[in-house]
Design a protein around this ligand. Sequence first.
Ligand SMILES: [Cu+2]
Length: 133
Amino acid sequence: MSHAHMQATVGDITVSGAMARFMLAGRPGAVFLTIENKGEADRLIAASSPLTDRVELHTHLMEDGVMKMRQIEGIDVAASGTTELKSGGLHIMMFNVDPMPEKDSVVPLTLTFEKAGTLDIQAMVIDKAGMSH
Ligand SMILES: [Cu+2]
């Protein structure tokens, strides 16, 4: 199975290309993915995982010239739009994942969308360089 093309759909929402990056043992990991919406405007309002009880939706913003991460209540997906969670931008943050997942293993997550409902996905664990091979 080609992990580069993993995707999952619920209602009008399709999530693809989910990747998880854990930099250091004991540090939170970040999850990146693409959300495509074929319907009305929707919103990702929660993420969870059996690996930890603390998963947050995050964004990056510049504060006093320093890039900081901030927890946010939701991630909007425009009607017939695409929202990308990527390095340096919107992402899902997983805390307290112990042991740190191995490269090329899979991290299970459940995403909850306001309208489309819940969607189970699998994020492929990539290495620090952002490459999965
Ligand atoms: Cu974060």
